[in-house]
Ligand binder design. Structure first.
Ligand SMILES: Cc1ncc(COP(=O)(O)O)c(C=O)c1O
Length: 400
C-alpha cells in the first residue's frame, strides 16, 4: 500500500465518519456511572433517543453492536417455538433470520431477490393464511444495508391491520435511523432496533431497542432465556438515569453530542440532506451507464447506493483499486452479492464536497479497473448539487 496523505474517505455504509465534535466529546475522563453527573447524561441520551425514534415508548441502550439489539428484541418478546415472519430483503435480513433460528424460533422466511424491500402484499397474504395467529412477530429490515433498498414500513403495518393480525411488528433501523425518515409510533411499530455507527455518527459499540406498551406486555409472558439483554432491569435503572451494569460512558458522551448536532440541524433537514446526496449519487451512476441494484425507485435508499458491476468485472477489484490509489473505502458486496456489487455509503456526517470527492474516486477507480463506463457521472452529480437554492428549497430537488 502506498503512503497516503490527507484524510481517509470512509464511504462504507457504516461505520460512518465520526464528526470531530463527537470525537472531542468522547475524549473526556470517564466518570462514576453511579454519580449525579452520569445521571444527567443518562436522562439526556434516553430522552434524546426517543425523539430520534419518534416514540413515546421506552428506549434501551446496550453496550453492544447492532446484532446484540437484534437478539434483545427477540428474546424479550418471544418464547421457544414461536413462529416469526421475516422477509429476505438481503444479507442482514438473512442474518437476523439465522439468529432467530438459533434462538429456537420457527422462522417463516419469505424469499426475496435482494433488489427490493419487503413486499407488504406478500406479508399480508401470509398473515391472512395464519388464522390461528401462530405468527407472533413480523420482523423487517427498514434499510437493507446490503442492497440499498428500503422497506415501506407503513405499508407493512397496514398489512398487519388489514389482516387483523395481532403479531408484533419489529423493525431493524440500524442503517436508516437519523438518515431516512422513521416514525415508530405513527407507523405502529412495536420494537425498533438501532445502532450507533451509521446515521447517529458515533463509533460502533452502542445499540438500541425502542419498545412500546404492546412489546412490554409481550415481554411479561415471553419465555426465551434472557439475562444480559433483559429489558426489565434496564428500564428500572433507566428511570433514575442509571444502568444496571457498567455503561459505555464515553460513547454516551458522544451520543449526547451527536443528538445535539442532529437537533441543531433538524431531523427533517437531516433526511432532506440524505435524500439529496442519494439522488446526486444515483444520477452519477446512471450517467456512468451502470445499474443501481435496487429495482424499485420507490424503495431507493437515501443512506447508500449499491452499484451492479457489468458481467466479467469484479466489484472487489474495483474497491481495491480505489483503496490503493485514492485511500477510499467502499462497501463490499455481502453474501451472494460478493464481487457483484459495491456500495457507496452517503450517510451520516457528510456534505456536498465529501460526496463530490467520493464520486470522483469512484469514477476514476472504475476507469482504472477497466470497467466500461461513460465518463461524466461526476459532472452530472455536481450540476445537481450546484443547482440554486431558492427559499430554502433546492430547486433540483423540487423538480426531480
Ligand atoms: C441493517 C443492519 N442490521 C444489522 C446489522 C448488524 O449490526 P452490527 O454489525 O452492528 O452487529 C447491520 C450492520 O451493518 C445492518 O446494517
Amino acid at each position: 500500500m502506498s503512503a497516503h496523505t490527507g484524510r481517509h474517505f470512509l464511504q462504507i455504509p457504516g461505520p460512518t465518519n465520526v464528526p470531530d465534535r463527537v470525537l472531542r466529546a468522547i475524549d473526556r475522563p470517564t466518570i462514576d456511572h453511579r454519580g449525579p453527573e452520569f445521571q444527567k447524561l443518562g436522562h439526556a441520551v434516553l430522552d434524546g433517543m426517543r425523539a430520534i425514534f419518534k416514540t413515546r415508548g421506552m428506549v434501551v441502550i446496550y453496550p453492544a453492536s447492532g446484532t446484540g439489539a437484534w437478539e434483545a428484541a427477540l428474546v424479550n418478546t418471544l418464547s421457544p417455538g414461536d413462529r416469526v415472519l421475516m422477509y429476505e430483503t438481503g444479507h442482514f435480513a438473512t442474518l437476523w433470520r439465522r439468529m432467530a433460528g438459533r434462538l429456537g424460533l420457527e422462522v417463516d422466511f419469505i424469499p426475496g431477490d435482494w433488489r427490493r424491500g419487503a413486499d407488504p402484499e406478500a406479508i399480508e397474504a401470509r398473515l391472512k393464511d395464519d388464522r390461528a395467529h401462530a405468527i407472533k412477530a413480523v420482523c423487517v429490515v427498514h434499510n437493507e444495508t446490503s442492497t440499498g433498498a428500503v422497506t415501506r414500513v407503513p405499508e407493512v403495518r397496514r398489512a398487519l391491520d388489514r389482516s387483523a393480525h395481532p403479531a408484533l411488528l419489529m423493525v431493524d433501523t440500524i442503517s436508516s435511523l437519523a438518515s431516512i425518515d422513521y416514525r415508530m409510533d405513527e407507523w405502529g411499530v412495536d420494537v425498533t432496533v438501532g445502532g450507533s455507527q451509521k446515521g447517529l455518527m458515533l463509533p460502533p459499540g452502542l445499540s438500541f431497542n425502542a419498545v412500546n406498551d404492546k412489546a412490554l406486555a409481550a415481554a411479561k409472558s415471553a419465555r426465551l432465556p434472557r439475562a444480559y439483554w433483559n429489558w426489565d432491569e434496564m428500564l428500572t435503572a433507566n428511570q433514575a438515569g442509571f444502568f444496571p451494569y457498567t455503561p459505555a460512558t464515553n460513547l454516551l458522551y458522544g451520543l449526547r453530542e451527536a443528538l445535539d448536532m442532529l437537533q441543531e440541524e433538524g431531523l427533517e433537514n437531516v433526511f432532506a440532506r440524505h435524500a439529496r446526496h442519494a439522488e446526486a449519487t444515483r444520477r452519477a451512476v446512471r450517467a456512468w451507464g451502470l445499474d443501481i441494484l435496487c429495482a424499485d425507485p420507490a424503495e431507493y435508499s437515501n443512506a447508500l447506493t449499491a452499484l451492479v458491476m457489468p458481467d466479467g468485472h469484479d466489484a472487489d477489484h474495483v474497491r481495491n483499486v480505489i483503496l490503493e490509489r485514492f485511500d477510499m473505502s467502499l462497501g463490499a458486496g455481502l453474501g451472494k452479492l460478493k464481487g457483484k456489487v459495491f456500495r457507496i455509503g452517503h450517510l451520516g456526517h457528510f456534505n456536498d464536497l465529501m460526496l463530490a470527492g467520493t464520486l470522483c474516486g469512484v469514477e476514476m477507480g472504475l476507469a482504472l479497473a477497466g470497467v466500461p463506463i461513460r465518463k461524466g457521472g461526476v459532472q452530472v452529480a455536481l450540476d445537481y448539487l450546484a443547482a440554486p437554492v431558492t427559499g430554502g428549497v433546492h430547486t433540483a430537488t423540487a423538480v426531480a
